[in-house]
Write a protein that binds this ligand. Structure first.
Ligand code: ACO
Length: 409
């Protein structure tokens, strides 16, 4: 296929040989034209556009349009797409009763996995993954309803009434209102927080074949319905090595803060470097980036803006994070392994400042990543050559043996 890439399928067809590559370290699972990462340079492009330019000049719905359709919308396309999305922001009222089956203290990711999968039971006209019209309607529904579902999961947990979507607000403004508004008073959207949230959504919108996206592709390759495939992505994202890292990172910062803050950073770093401790510097390291994750830079800037807006410039966790980063970037352990901050290192501090509870951070990530999952799913299903994903294995178990005579019950 290219100078560094072998198409092993030909070898398999000729000889039956296959490769062994746990964790897909050196295996491309598909061809894709959506997102490009140059891990050595620290570059991220959506459909060819640098993430820095998208985060500065576009909003999240422009980014959704781009990921789904391959190009940025013109004014008419932008207006039409916006209208289409806001037409679908409400969820079926029955979803409230479904939600009530959960304990109030359930983790929002458990709730969200259920709610997203449950959509397939409510929208029977968009469950055939092989029908392009069904896929399109499911895509719009998912993008439109994720903020409503995430906000409902939050309101349910805190015991407050749900807020219906308000469609004259922006995508992010509407989400802020559904989260923090109450029926008792008018909610005024803070434009700095609205922009910051929108940027968080843009930065998380897609990231090529990460674990959750690969999960969505694999799940969708069986021909299951689009809502079920996206629910599988939500479930995968929850893990602390993936989207759950933002929650784990903030918990880590709070732990160090409780133990003495910046003064304890040196001691903590020694633990991280001790392989027997099992402690990792959460929000650091990446399978593909062997340089600074460009999203982390943008997130740090957003963090500065939000903390300034809220008068929290002296936020101790932000200071702590900066100190950890400073030390790590000069430390042989991190330098030699090319470990840099990833998108999760600063995103938790921004979200916490906005008022989002720590256990909802990964839910915000899922909301934003939904469009990427759908775009990738669409790309796979639209390829006439797509096959069900079916990895092989190297069997290491018992050889053939007989059930002992007399075992029969
Ligand atoms: N802290 C300390 N050491 C680390 C860290 C870290 N955060 N990340 C990697 N290392 C070390 C590993 O122990 C390993 O050391 P070794 O060579 O001495 O054995 C080396 O760096 C290479 O790391 P791997 O785990 O082999 O790299 P892999 O590509 O498999 O893992 C991952 C990448 C999972 C992201 C890892 O860096 C990690 O666990 N980071 C912390 C969790 C995190 O922030 N995840 C979010 C990723 S971004 C996202 O999903 C949005």
């Amino acid at each position: 296929i290219g100078p560094d890439v072998i198409d092993i399928r030909k070898l398999y067809a000729q000889t039956g040989m296959f490769t062994y590559d746990p964790g897909f370290l050196s295996t491309a699972s598909c061809q894709s034209a959506i997102t490009y990462i140059d891990g050595d340079k620290g570059e991220l492009l959506y459909r060819g556009y640098p993430i820095e330019q998208l985060a500065t000049n576009c909003d999240y719905l422009d980014t959704c349009y781009l990921l789904l359709n391959g190009d940025l919308p013109n004014d008419k396309q932008r207006g039409d797409f916006h209208k289409l999305v806001i037409n679908h922001t409400m969820v079926n009222e029955q979803m409230q009763f479904f939600l009530r089956g959960f304990r109030r203290d359930a983790h929002p990711m458990a709730v969200l996995t259920g709610l997203v999968g449950g959509l397939s039971a409510f929208y029977h006209d968009s469950t055939d993954i092989n029908n392009p019209e069904h896929r399109h309607v499911a895509a719009i529904r998912l993008i439109a309803k994720m903020p409503t579902l995430v906000a409902m999961a939050y309101k349910y947990g805190v015991g407050q009434p749900y807020m219906y979507p308000k469609n004259d607000l922006s995508y992010s403004g509407n989400f802020l209102r559904m989260m923090f508004g109450t029926p008792c008073e008018e909610y005024k959207v803070n434009p700095v927080l609205e922009r910051a949230l929108d940027r968080i959504f843009i930065l998380h919108a897609d990231h090529e074949q990460n674990a959750s996206t690969s999960t969505v592709r694999l799940c969708g390759s069986s021909g299951t319905n689009p809502f079920a495939a996206i629910a599988a992505g939500v479930a995968c994202l929850w893990g602390p090595a993936h989207g759950g890292a933002n929650e784990a990172c903030l918990n880590m910062l709070e732990d160090i803060q409780r133990q003495g803050g910046v003064a304890k950073v040196g001691e903590f770093m020694e633990k991280v470097k001790d392989k027997n401790s099992g402690v990792k510097l959460m929000g650091f390291g990446h399978r593909v980036y062997k340089n600074y994750d460009p999203r982390a830079k943008l997130m740090q800037e957003t963090c500065d803006e939000v903390l300034k807006e809220l008068g929290l410039e002296n936020d101790p966790l932000f200071k702590l994070a900066k100190e950890l980063e400073r030390i790590a970037l000069e430390d042989e352990y991190f330098v030699s392994r090319k470990l840099y901050p990833n998108v999760d290192f600063y995103s938790g501090i921004v979200q916490r400042a906005i008022g989002i509870p720590v256990n909802l951070f990964t839910g915000i990530f899922a909301l934003a990543r939904t469009v990427g999952w759908i775009a990738q799913l669409n790309e796979m299903i639209s390829d006439p050559e797509y096959k069900i994903g079916r990895p092989r294995q190297l069997f290491t178990g018992a050889e053939r043996r007989d059930v002992p005579a007399g075992f029969k019950r």
